[in-house]
Design a protein around this ligand. Structure first.
Ligand code: KG4
Ligand code: ZN
Length: 339
């Protein structure tokens, strides 16, 4: 079995996977409540929480799987990108385990974890990876589209400013909704008499035909609307519902706009599959829309299991399985940013 460790942000997670990608255990200790009073993740608190939870989680994972240390064949750990102190806790822990057990250490880029995560199944081995697929990674830290051919990952676009999840979180915070904002906005957009035409705001277009995402305009527009119309969590619930629905629609409209542009610009044999990943991929409205969008274009859309959307070690172990080259446990470096 491969042991996966993820500590890049505010979730300590440990997983055990079989070689065929079957998830035996995927444990997540969320720190959301510890960060909630601050309206965002506090790096120093995150590091300390990881330190406290990591080893108890590893022991619990082995216990839950009925496995012992000798069943571990390798350790996969997130080394980048993320909060540097938080990454260091996971990597130092993984180094100690790999070195102590005499097994290889596989450094994993967190984004690659998300990219392959839609192929993890609720039960049984992972679904077979196609030779080529488009990957849409939408999370708190990233919004990007990749052209993936097995372990060759090529970035097609990225966000010029804020990530989509970050935009959800910031606007939610502005109207008084708790962190993380994405699920809150989704919930309120479904509530009451949501009228998505009550507060219209446009999808930003670049003059240079760039494929990139940009969310700062939508964020500024949403905050301006909220201020002008006094949208607050303790205010008129129908106005809040309409605001959330409009804001969410604008964020998603940009995803579809760029997906369409990317698809038409790809040359040669186009990928027949689109795999969506990351925390925002848990959004039910988006899941329905993207499935329909793919159906209309003869494109197979692979949606991740909800438990593998937000940060988890299952996806890190699975990405580790895609890599052939484990590193020397003593020579693994962490990086807060990549590229
Ligand atoms: O993948 P993730 O756990 O962390 C990063 O790698 O960034 O993603 C967290 C992000 C947060 O911004 C959160 O608001 C968003 O995913 N999110 C959602 C939903 N659930 C989580 N956004 C929209 N709708 C949701 N249901
Ligand atoms: Zn993530």
């Amino acid at each position: 079995m491969i042991l996966g460790i993820e500590t890049s942000c505010d979730e300590t997670s440990v997983a055990l996977l079989e070689r065929d990608g079957r998830v035996r255990v995927n444990l997540i200790a969320s720190q959301i409540e510890r960060h909630q009073p601050f309206g965002g993740v506090v790096p120093e608190i995150a590091s300390r929480e990881h330190l406290q939870h990591l080893f108890p989680l590893v022991e619990r994972a082995l216990g839950d799987a009925g496995a012992s240390w000798s069943d571990l064949e390798s350790v996969a750990v997130t080394t980048a990108p993320g909060l540097i102190g938080a990454l260091l806790v996971g990597v130092a822990g993984a180094q100690g385990l790999a070195y102590g057990l005499g097994i290889p250490l596989v450094p994993v880029n967190h984004l690659e974890g998300h990219i392959y995560s839609p192929y993890l199944q609720k039960e049984g081995p992972a679904a077979p990876l196609p030779d080529r697929f488009l990957s849409l990674v939408i999370s708190g830290g990233h919004s990007a589209i990749y052209d993936v051919r097995r372990s060759d990952v090529r970035q097609i676009n990225r966000t010029r400013d804020d990530a989509i999840g970050e935009t959800f979180d910031k606007v939610a915070k502005f109207v008084g909704l708790p962190y993380p904002g994405g699920p809150q906005i989704e919930k309120h957009a479904r509530a009451g008499a949501a009228d998505p035409k009550r507060f219209p705001f446009p999808v930003p277009q670049f003059k240079d035909e760039s494929l990139d995402f940009s969310y700062s305009g939508i964020k500024a527009g949403a905050i301006r609307l909220a201020r002008e119309h006094g949208i607050r969590v303790e205010g008129d619930p129908d106005a809040l519902a309409s605001f959330c629905a409009t804001f969410q629609d604008a964020l998603f409209a940009q995803l579809f706009d760029r997906l369409e542009a990317v698809r038409s610009r790809l040359e040669g044999k186009k990928p027949a599959e689109l795999a969506m990943a990351g925390g925002v991929a848990a959004n039910g409205v988006l899941r329905e829309r993207i499935a329909k969008w793919g159906e209309e274009r003869g494109l197979l859309v692979r949606l991740p299991e909800k438990r593998y959307c937000t940060d988890n070690a299952g996806m890190i172990a699975f990405a580790g399985l895609q890599k052939g080259q484990p590193g020397d446990p003593r020579r693994v470096a962490v990086r807060s940013r990549v590229g």
